[in-house]
Write a protein that binds this ligand. Structure first.
Ligand code: SF4
Ligand code: SF4
Length: 341
């Protein structure tokens, strides 16, 4: 497995890290077995978050006795000092460790977030203190907003930046990544599969394998996925004209207005199954319209309950006009339904 240093942190880790969301779906024993398999295949970097339900706990269980072999990154969604400290203590307990290698304020997106985080009594005060106490070794940050990520990098306060980067989301390459590199920051690429929208996982990983210094966070819930990522990041970078053509076809298919399935917009007070409904257009391309009606019917029927309150759109880190898109997909679904009878 290729390894490299994460910015100027001194952390040397596998070029592909393990993203901790998918293990939520596994039971504790299966998750621990998968994480240990990842260690056997050369993964040394594991990223989780306080808000990923029991993901931290499962990592704590898996890494008992292996702590010195792995680099653990986790996150807090709290913006105030007291609350962030409480989450840090909880993470230490769940992860069964006395130190976290990289601790990251999670998904900093709005100007209010930024001000609270860095202002008096903000989480950053607590994290700096925790770093002095040795509970945290480095402080990084994550964001889904390009503008905010650049602002965070410009502060010079963070050792790493974690941002989405994949075949269809390449905006960060223009300014954000060069600015982070110039500050000696490590770069963590999240969402290599565009939130599950890229169904050719090997192609998605090989696209990222060509980058000189990105630590790619691949979420895995099967041994096959772990093996695929380990194989891609153990071998040479291969990218052919045929690969480039396939990548371009994905870009054309998904466009820029696509849902990354992060679920931050949920829950809807009206019970609309937003994330699955937002997939309808892609589902119809992969299945036939008639099959898509059968497959997504129960979901799409919930869209009729939308009262256009706009609450979901305020929570979408990608600023998707969710109610408008849902209306569009419902009309498409209705036309398919009519065609199917
Ligand atoms: S706009 Fe519609 S889908 Fe979004 S939260 Fe309101 S009711 Fe739910
Ligand atoms: S609509 Fe936005 S917030 Fe909701 S799952 Fe999709 S990308 Fe995430």
């Amino acid at each position: 497995m290729r390894t490299w240093e994460l910015g100027t942190t001194g952390i040397v880790a596998s070029a592909v890290g393990f993203g901790g969301i998918p293990i939520i779906r596994l039971d504790r024993e299966a998750a621990a077995a998968l994480l240990r398999h990842a260690v056997d295949r050369g993964f040394t970097f594991f990223d989780t978050a306080n808000r990923y339900l029991d993901s931290e706990e499962k990592m704590g269980l898996a890494f008992a006795g292996l702590r010195d072999k792995v680099v653990i990154a986790t996150k807090t969604g709290m913006r105030g000092a007291k609350e962030a400290m409480e989450e840090l203590e909880l993470s230490l307990t769940r992860l069964q460790t006395d130190r976290i290698d990289l601790y990251q304020p999670h998904q900093v997106s709005t100007p209010e977030d930024f001000e609270t985080l860095l202002g008096p009594g903000g989480a950053m005060e607590a994290l700096v203190k925790a770093r002095e106490q040795g509970k945290i070794l480095h402080i990084g940050v994550t964001s889904h907003s390009l503008e905010m990520a650049r602002k965070l990098v410009a502060t010079g306060l963070f050792a790493t930046i974690q941002f989405p980067y994949n075949i269809v989301e390449t905006e960060a390459a223009a300014d954000l990544f060069p600015e982070a590199r110039a500050k000696g920051m490590g770069i963590l690429a999240m969402k290599p599969f565009a939130g599950g929208m890229l169904d050719d996982g090997e192609l998605a990983l090989r696209f990222l394998r060509r980058e000189p210094d990105l630590l790619v966070l691949a979420g895995c819930d099967t041994a096959e996925q772990v093996d695929q990522a380990a194989d891609v990041f153990s071998g040479e970078a291969v990218w052919t004209e045929a690969d480039a053509a396939k990548a371009e076809a994905f870009r054309q298919e998904l466009g820029s207005r696509f849902c990354r399935r992060c679920e931050y917009c949920q829950p809807c007070p009206q019970g609309v199954r937003i994330t699955y409904a937002m997939m309808y257009k892609v589902v119809t391309k992969r299945l036939s319209p008639a099959k898509a009606v059968g497959f997504s019917g129960a979901t799409m029927e919930t869209v009729r309950e939308c009262i256009d309150c706009g609450e979901c759109a305020t929570r979408c880190p990608y600023n998707l006009p969710i109610p408008e898109m849902l209306r569009e997909y419902l009309a498409l679904y209705d036309s398919h339904k009519q065609g199917a009878v």
